[in-house]
Design a protein around this ligand. Structure first.
Ligand SMILES: Cc1cc2nc3c(=O)[nH]c(=O)nc-3n(C[C@H](O)[C@H](O)[C@H](O)COP(=O)(O)OP(=O)(O)OC[C@H]3O[C@@H](n4cnc5c(N)ncnc54)[C@H](O)[C@@H]3O)c2cc1C
Ligand code: SF4
Length: 325
């Protein structure tokens, strides 16, 4: 690990100021991802701004009936309002990592964790995301766990967060603060597709920090569920996952939001699958149509074609289990 200057933030304003003043500064929350990357010299911040003392660790009700979840709330949250209104979010959080890591990991850090592509995490390999313009070792190497949707010739890594996939299905917003004040970023715009600049992973600016995740009122997500397929029963990232949130009226789907994890460089909103459900009863035919539509536009690599079927199956399972709820 390279030397760095430690700064214990006394206020959000101070944290933002230090970020703005030092181009290579980084904030640290739970540290479960950043410290590993620093140890392996993938990231080399000049200043480490510790957010741990800031009052960003509470869940509060919003006037419109939604919730504001502070960026420092832990992934092991037991808040009863989150569990009651947004079951898909709790299911996604509990499917991630291990109890010890969830006790330490925060909402903000989870959204901003870096990709798990092994080539990204080992500096001896070429990686456009880590070292722009150097190339992509995965394209000539093992891409069996990589993306089938939203890829580019520059990067085929998958986004790792389970929580972010659930937030996609719930239409959450991310509240951030920088030198110019606060702004809200819709979750769909928060993570970016790689295009020609995979190093620009998020819409968050370099001098901004995440303050909270803003959850809308629960109506549209009354029925929600998360299904994750992974190589081990715990302690493993998704090979494919699906978060579904469906609003039913008189047995008919009024609106649906479906997001995929483990198959794209960002939490992937499957709009064609949502369209396939709208106005129909949540029966086997509609679920089958949605599952097939979920991977529309997929461009798998020779070693990960299996993910097309897997993604369809997690959507099918999530909707089927929801229908029976
Ligand atoms: C063995 C293992 C298994 C795992 N399995 C899973 C899994 O299955 N599913 C899953 O989703 N995750 C998994 N994770 C990842 C884990 O959930 C993340 O490491 C964790 O959520 C990161 O949160 P943190 O608070 O520790 O972030 P940190 O490590 O402190 O920070 C991560 C990044 O976020 C930035 N950051 C943190 N907070 C803020 C903020 N408020 N504003 C701006 N930037 C911020 C940091 O600068 C850094 O870039 C796993 C991790 C490990 C080690
Ligand atoms: S897939 Fe992306 S993260 Fe992995 S080596 Fe290629 S550029 Fe880097």
């Amino acid at each position: 690990m390279d030397p760095f200057q430690y700064v214990r933030a006394e206020s959000v304003g101070q944290a933002v100021r230090v970020l703005a003043e030092h181009p290579r500064a980084a904030v640290i929350a739970g540290g479960t991802d950043l410290t590993t990357l620093m140890r392996d010299r993938v990231r080399r911040p000049s200043h480490l701004i510790d957010l741990g003392g800031l009052a960003l660790d509470t869940v509060t009700a919003r006037p419109d009936g939604g919730l504001r979840i502070g960026a420092l709330c832990r992934n092991a949250t037991t808040d009863a309002r989150i569990a009651r209104d947004f079951p898909v979010l709790v299911e996604a959080l509990r499917s991630g990592a291990s109890p010890q890591i969830r006790n330490r990991a925060t909402f903000g850090g989870n959204l901003l964790q870096r990709v798990r592509c092994p080539y990204y995490r080992q500096p001896e390999f070429d990686c456009n995301r880590r070292d722009p313009g150097s190339g992509c070792a995965a394209l000539a190497g093992d891409s069996s766990r990589h993306a089938i949707l939203g890829t580019s010739g520059s990067c085929v890594a998958v986004h790792p967060s389970d929580c972010a996939v659930a937030l996609q299905a719930l239409d959450a917003e991310i509240l951030v603060r920088g030198p110019r004040g606060e702004r809200r970023i819709p979750i769909d715009a928060f993570h970016r597709l790689p295009g020609k600049a995979p190093q620009r992973e998020v819409a968050l600016r370099r001098d901004e920090i995440v303050l909270a995740v803003e959850m809308p009122p629960r109506a549209a997500s009354a029925h929600s569920h998360y299904v994750k397929f992974r190589e081990r029963a715990s302690y493993a990232f998704a090979l494919a996952s699906a978060a579904v949130a469906v609003e039913l009226r008189g047995g008919t789907v009024r609106s649906a939001r479906i997001a995929l994890g483990g198959v794209a460089p960002k939490p992937w909103r499957a709009k064609a699958a949502e369209q396939a459900l709208r106005g129909r009863p949540l029966d086997d035919d509609a679920i089958d149509a949605a599952a097939r539509a979920a991977t529309r536009g997929a461009t798998p690599r020779p070693d990960n074609t299996y993910k097309v079927r897997l993604a369809q199956e997690v959507v099918r399972q999530a909707l089927t289990e929801l229908g029976g709820a």
